[in-house]
Design a protein around this ligand. Structure first.
Ligand SMILES: NC(=O)c1ccc[n+]([C@@H]2O[C@H](COP(=O)([O-])OP(=O)(O)OC[C@H]3O[C@@H](n4cnc5c(N)ncnc54)[C@H](O)[C@@H]3O)[C@@H](O)[C@H]2O)c1
Ligand SMILES: [Zn+2]
Ligand SMILES: [Zn+2]
Length: 337
């Protein structure tokens, strides 16, 4: 079989590998069907991921079919359509004991710290595998993992019906968050610097789409009758957008950050104290697969609207080149296996 390997930063290649074998009773062998390319895969390719190790078979957004299973695997059968939850945690450290295994001290993410899903076959523990309804297409299902990020971010921000939510950045992550916040009944304002992406946000249900500018804080105060948004979710992830997010939330508001930028933002403590703001990070997801699969099975979202391009996995270099061009009409790029 073939696999997509990043041997070291800047070097991506197709390599020949043996089909992996089941070694313990709780493992399953999957035939990978579709996988999504994520911003973090691009970081691993560029050598700018602070956590990845090399050589690495990348890919953490993937779906496939069960083709073989270990003796103790009871809840899955051959032919089941499944999505992989790509996190491996210790279960013992403080965050694990607190029910937050996504930030385990010994966290390993498939495709980042250990080999991932950009290969024709993969062996995973049954605990990492979730079944979805047969009637969902592979294209719909490959978006389950990105939507778990949105489920997490809206949960961290405590998004509820009729809350005003600002989503900064209308890239694939911002637009999944938009859809999930709308599903939860929020009033959503999306900002971006690119008109095309704002149009996409409106198509996907945004109540307001505003161009990021110096006046954005005023515009947000106007829309919310002076109150500010109850939750600001920063999916543009720059030091400046984080500062802006803190400035536009209401009293008792929440700010959710998703970025990996290491440069500092300048944020005075007064606003945080005055409004008792909550500022929190959101990373990957905690127990969100079942919830998101349920929403997908009920077809409450429009996941395929975010898929803009599809390649065969042997065309990985073409797919990477397309993403490198930074074209504004490129959203989620998926690979067929
Ligand atoms: N924490 C997590 O679990 C997690 C998971 C996946 C991705 N991420 C992060 O989420 C971020 C977004 O991912 P993506 O794939 O959507 O990226 P993307 O680059 O496609 O989207 C970012 C969007 O922000 C817009 N933008 C840039 N500056 C802006 C500004 N000043 N105001 C408003 N919008 C602005 C861009 O035009 C773009 O549309 C990345 O930084 C990524 O690392 C975090
Ligand atoms: Zn991803
Ligand atoms: Zn742990």
């Amino acid at each position: 079989m073939k696999a997509v390997l990043i041997s070291n930063p800047g070097n991506i290649e197709l390599v020949e590998r043996d089909i992996p074998e089941i070694k313990s009773r709780d493992e399953v062998l999957l035939k990978v069907r579709l996988a999504g390319i994520c911003g973090s895969d691009m970081h691993i390719y560029h050598g700018t991921s602070p956590v990845a190790t090399y050589p690495r078979i990348i890919g953490h957004e993937f779906v496939g079919e069960v083709v073989e299973k270990g003796k103790e695997v009871k809840n899955l059968k051959i032919g089941d359509k499944v999505v992989v939850e790509p996190i491996i945690y210790c279960g013992k450290c403080y965050p694990c004991r607190k029910g937050r295994p996504n930030v385990c001290e010994n966290l390993k993410v498939m495709g980042v710290h250990v080999d991932g899903g950009f290969q024709e076959y993969v062996v995973v523990k049954d605990a990492n595998v979730h079944k979805f309804a047969d009637y969902l297409s592979w294209e719909e299902a490959v978006m389950i993992e990105p939507f778990t990020i949105a489920a997490q971010a809206t949960w961290r921000g405590g998004v509820e019906k009729d809350d005003f939510v600002l989503i900064i950045g209308a890239g694939p992550i911002g637009l999944t968050i938009l859809q999930y916040a709308k599903y939860k009944g929020a009033i959503c304002i999306v900002s971006d610097i690119v008109d095309f992406r704002l149009e996409k946000a409106l198509e996907l249900g945004a109540d307001y789409a505003i161009k990021a500018s110096e006046n954005i804080e005023k515009e947000i105060r106007k829309i919310t009758g002076g109150m500010g948004v109850n939750i600001a979710i920063d999916a543009a992830c720059t030091p400046k957008t984080f500062e802006m997010a803190v400035n536009v939330v209401s009293q008792a508001g929440r700010v959710v950050v998703l970025g990996f930028d290491t440069s500092p933002s300048s944020i005075p403590q007064f606003n945080i104290t005055k409004g008792e703001l909550t500022i929190c990070g959101s990373r990957l997801q905690t127990n969100k697969f079942k919830e998101v699969i349920d929403v997908f099975n009920k077809r409450k979202l429009n996941p395929t609207a975010l898929i803009s391009h599809k390649f065969h996995f042997t065309e990985i270099k073409e797919a990477i080149n397309l993403l490198e061009e930074g074209n504004q009409n490129v959203f989620k790029v998926i690979l067929e296996f």
